[in-house]
Design a protein around this ligand. Structure first.
Ligand code: HEC
Length: 120
């Protein structure tokens, strides 16, 4: 009997994790739209890999903690444009961050048919 209860509670927590990550993915999707709309990609690259000729630093993997991200957006420390609450509100900031956390690393050369064929 005890085992059944434990199993059930494990199941319940797994289910709630799945729900949370679905919500995270939704947020990340909205964040991706914002990332494109506000042209973050033009300096940081579409996958956060960093821009040409140091236009913007690499921001993925290991994005800076949220507080630092928020600070950078509201009061950029150097040449990055400032994004005020009127441009990007607090909710949208969270969505953007969710996207930054869920960006994908670029595939290896061997996984890109055009490039791997060129290497032969
Ligand atoms: C015109 C180019 C440009 C645009 C557009 C831009 N950034 Fe930046 N970003 C930079 C530069 C350059 C830095 C380095 C710090 C500075 O100059 O303020 C930076 C720093 C950052 C950092 C901190 C990186 C670190 O390691 O400390 C984050 C996070 C970031 N940008 C996210 C964004 C997001 C999200 C957007 C879109 C809403 C955006 N940036 C738009 C150029 C840009």
């Amino acid at each position: 009997m005890k085992m059944t209860f434990v199993n059930l509670s494990v199941l319940a927590s797994v289910a709630s994790c799945a729900l949370a990550s679905a919500a995270d993915l939704e947020a990340a999707k909205r964040g991706e739209t914002l990332y494109m709309q506000h042209q973050c990609y033009s300096c940081h690259g579409t996958q956060g890999q960093g821009g040409e000729r140091n236009a913007g630093p690499k921001i993925f993997p290991n994005p800076t903690p949220f507080v630092a991200f928020e600070l950078q957006m509201r009061t950029p420390r150097n040449v990055m444009p400032r994004y005020s609450v009127q441009n990007i509100n607090a909710m949208q900031l969270k969505d953007l961050y969710a996207f930054m956390e869920n960006m994908r690393t670029s595939p290896a050369v061997a996984q890109i048919p055009l490039l791997s064929n060129a290497m032969r």
